[in-house]
Design a protein around this ligand. Structure first.
Ligand SMILES: [Mn+2]
Length: 234
């Protein structure tokens, strides 16, 4: 299995907790410290090419011919990748609805839906929205999907993981922390049904700026490795 790593250290529209621009390089630096043998798969036997960091303006220079893993950046970068990869479906894990009428990260899911993509916001872990967002969700342009139904999605899937879907007791270093989120193991189990159709994924909104944040880096690194091992197994 061949993977490519792409960093998108964009952090221009975050209003709460900035720092996502540092995430791609900090995650890269933690990878060499992590165990690569995961659930019977040795990731060191698989080709992982790091293409470096990109912006919206030079992202078109990349030819995506391997399985892409995108290191955000704030959630806005998901729209760039969806434009580039043109998947049949976009599945999103996020504490928030991100469907404000806005050009910022808090409107990214709405913008993707308005472009005509099938957008699924996973019900489990989604737990905060504004009244305006509720109105938009009621139009059903974004489908709220239960994990039981993820296996029924047909066609290519791009996955976006806003790390605030995890509980802040596991990962507090995110742009907009929200209490009462998913456990690590739950997130992995919930992703498994879409692995057969997965064509790439991003992890966004990680804001690792505390001095003593190595644990949080390891958690995010391990999440990425876990998903990679599932992709290898398929
Ligand atoms: Mn988000």
């Amino acid at each position: 299995m061949n993977f490519i790593l792409i960093g998108l250290p964009y952090d221009e529209t975050q209003t709460c907790r900035k720092g996502a621009s540092k995430a791609p390089n900090m995650i890269r630096n933690i990878f060499p410290l992590l165990e690569t043998y995961i659930d019977g798969i040795d990731l060191s036997e698989h080709f992982i090419e790091d293409l470096g960091n990109f912006s919206k303006d030079n992202l078109n220079e990349i030819d995506i011919n391997k399985f892409p893993i995108i290191l955000g950046g704030e959630h806005s970068i998901t729209e760039w990748m969806v434009d580039k990869l043109k998947p049949d479906n976009v599945v999103i894990f996020d504490a928030h609805a991100d469907c404000e009428d806005s050009e910022k990260h808090d409107g990214v899911i709405r913008r993707i839906a308005e472009k005509g993509f099938n957008v699924y916001l996973v019900k489990q872990g989604f737990r905060c929205m504004s009244k305006e967002e509720k109105k938009y969700l009621d139009t059903n342009k974004i489908k709220i999907i239960d994990i039981q139904d993820l296996k029924n999605i047909k066609g290519k899937i791009y996955l976006s993981i806003d790390l605030d879907v995890l509980d802040p007791s596991i990962l507090p270093t995110v742009g907009n922390p929200e209490p009462d989120g998913l456990k690590f193991k739950e997130l992995i189990e919930y992703i498994k049904p879409i692995i057969p159709n997965l064509i790439g994924f991003d992890v966004v909104e990680f804001t690792p700026f505390e001095k003593d944040n190595e644990t949080y880096l390891i958690i995010v690194g391990k999440l990425i490795y876990k998903i990679m091992s599932e992709v290898v197994k398929r």
